[in-house]
Design a binder for this molecule. Structure first.
Ligand code: ARG
Length: 470
């Protein structure tokens, strides 16, 4: 950074707003003020907004048809220059809005100056940014659907494969692989519904709110709203230019989704370890170690697990930017974009990486089954049997089962390895039939309550989600 006393000053005042200025801005002022370094990502949205605005200015008789024709065609030229990398962005022109307009002036001359009739950069930036965020919600919807379909394929292949279910990461009860996959389908399904809700709520147009108070020109905000795919114009001009709820909602939805991705990533890291061997990740979604030749690391899962930090950070950062702002626009709001851009880029990447990893991974049915039977996983089934067959109150059944677990632990075996005599030493009413419920297959097959882990229940949920996710 240059010291501000030696910093260069721009020779002339700003062409867009410099009428009352004799001097140009200090270089430091220019550096802190400019957003073109990042908001150029909204070029397509800015030009779409301007083209809709210009068409409306013609339809309402505010501008001549010939001027609007020049403006609309000139804007397409600017767009193609930007898209093909031929556009020279200027920091002196601050942001994407003034860069586009200045270039339009170079191309079409005087009519370019009429484009800004009845609008301000405040409603312009709110419109551009909303359009950009709306595109991200749509991309997020596709990404979530693709991930849900990958999970459904895993669930379908292993609807009846047994594995341990955990609480406190301690073996709890056997569950099915399909059931575990479908738990994530439910989570990403809620993310999908949050994305769709957010899109409905955000879809009003700020354009025409002008600087803050509306305009005296006879504009038609319904027309521009419709042209840009909004459901309606935003109903209060002060709110329209100062609202960033749509960005915050995107970041909140993204944060929750990233948290789900992170939990799943954590399981994949554990499951792919040599101690678990529940899954094998594909070579395509793993990395090696430069020193330990045997290593196959789940880096994609680890990075996905880490992404929630920056995404949630963006959410917090924008909340802090917004919380103290008086109505209407303040320049603080320019700090909204980098947070959202970064969060969106990383969420999309995480969704795609997770989808790739899930599509490619192999569940190791054998290891899952061996682990499913370990750790006294059918103790609850034994207690339930004592209630159902021997007529004991559940609390007594729990206590008796606990004593049998202790006995098995002492003998160094699992529950099904105890003898009938061992069993009867804890409760005389126990018969040989009890061994049926100690098998993990029987255990999962018995859990037929709605939403339970029984393969039929899992298949029912898979069918329901296939209808939704296609
Ligand atoms: N670059 C600005 C932003 O991102 C555009 C709006 C500027 N408006 C203003 N009145 N200075 O917020």
């Amino acid at each position: 950074m240059t010291d501000s006393s030696n910093a260069k000053k721009s020779a002339t005042s700003n062409a867009m707003w410099g009428g009352r200025f004799a001097d140009g801005p200090d270089a430091i002022m220019e550096a802190i003020n400019a957003s073109i370094g990042f908001d150029q990502r909204m070029a397509a949205q800015d030009i779409a907004g301007s083209r809709a605005h210009a068409a409306m200015l013609e339809a309402t008789g505010i501008l001549e048809a010939s001027d609007v024709k020049a403006i609309r065609e000139g804007l397409l030229t600017v767009l193609s220059e930007i898209e093909t990398g031929r556009f020279e962005f200027s920091v002196g022109l601050e942001d994407i809005h003034m860069n586009v307009e200045a270039r339009l002036k170079e191309i079409i001359g005087e009519p370019a100056g009429r484009l800004h009739t009845g609008r301000s950069r405040n409603d312009q930036v709110a419109t551009d940014f909303k359009l950009w965020v709306r595109d991200q919600l749509d991309a997020c919807e596709s990404g979530l659907l693709a991930l849900i379909r990958a999970l459904l394929a895993q669930a379908e292949a292993g609807a009846d494969w047994v594995m341990p279910g955990f609480t406190h990461l301690q073996t709890a009860q056997p569950v099915t692989w399909g059931h575990h996959m479908m738990a994530y389908v439910e989570m990403f399904g809620r993310d999908l519904s949050r994305v769709r809700d957010a899109r409905v709520r955000m879809n009003t147009s700020p354009l025409g709110a002008a600087a803050l108070a509306g305009t005296s020109f006879p504009i038609d905000r319904h027309m521009t709203a419709e042209a840009l795919g909004f459901d309606a114009p935003a109903a209060n001009s002060l709110d329209a230019v100062s609202d960033r709820d749509f960005a915050l909602e995107f970041l909140s939805v993204a944060s929750i989704c990233a948290m789900h991705l992170s939990r799943f990533a954590e399981e994949l890291v554990i499951w792919s370890s040599a101690q678990f061997r529940f899954v094998t990740l594909s070579d395509r979604f793993s990395t090696g170690s430069s020193i330990m030749p045997q290593k196959k690391n789940p880096d994609a899962a680890e990075l996905i697990r880490a992404k929630v930090g920056r995404i949630f950070g963006a959410n917090t950062a924008l909340m802090m930017v917004m919380k103290g702002l008086p109505l209407a626009y303040s320049k603080d709001m320019q700090e909204d974009k980098e947070q959202v851009f970064d969060a969106a880029d990383n969420l999309m990447l995480a969704l795609a990486a997770m989808q790739g990893m899930v599509s490619d991974m192999t569940a190791n049915r054998e290891s899952l089954a061996v682990a499913a039977g370990a750790g006294f996983s059918t103790a609850t089934d034994l207690a339930d049997w004592l209630v159902r067959v021997a007529g004991l109150p559940f609390r007594s059944a729990h206590h008796i089962t606990g004593s049998l677990v202790a006995l098995a632990e002492k003998k160094g075996c699992d529950l099904p390895d105890l003898t009938l005599e061992d069993m009867q030493s804890a409760h005389s009413g126990i018969t040989r039939d009890v061994f049926d419920v100690l098998g993990v297959e029987n255990s999962v097959n018995s859990r037929t309550s709605y939403g339970g882990t029984a393969p039929d229940q899992v298949r029912h949920q898979i069918a329901r989600w296939k209808e939704i996710a296609g």
